[in-house]
Design a binder for this molecule. Sequence first.
Ligand code: SF4
Length: 82
Amino acid sequence: MAKYRIEFDRELCIGALACTAVAEKFWPRADDGKVDLANAAYNEETKKWELIIDEEDFAVNKEAEEVCPVLAIKITKIENNE
Ligand code: SF4
């Protein structure tokens, strides 16, 4: 089954909450008005939050990526040999 990596640049997030509207389970609102990517790990190198998801969670998060006005969400497919 294919897996995908979500990368979230929280610095860019302006708290528009469009992502929350389409996938609240993954993009809950945080106390500072921005959102968090639930269960994500912070990557010190890229300064982004990362989460690996399965195919079944791809569609809603792809929608979140598409509705984010500042392109803070990026989803890439992980190849099998990775
Ligand atoms: S849609 Fe983008 S800017 Fe808006 S809360 Fe989500 S990540 Fe932040």
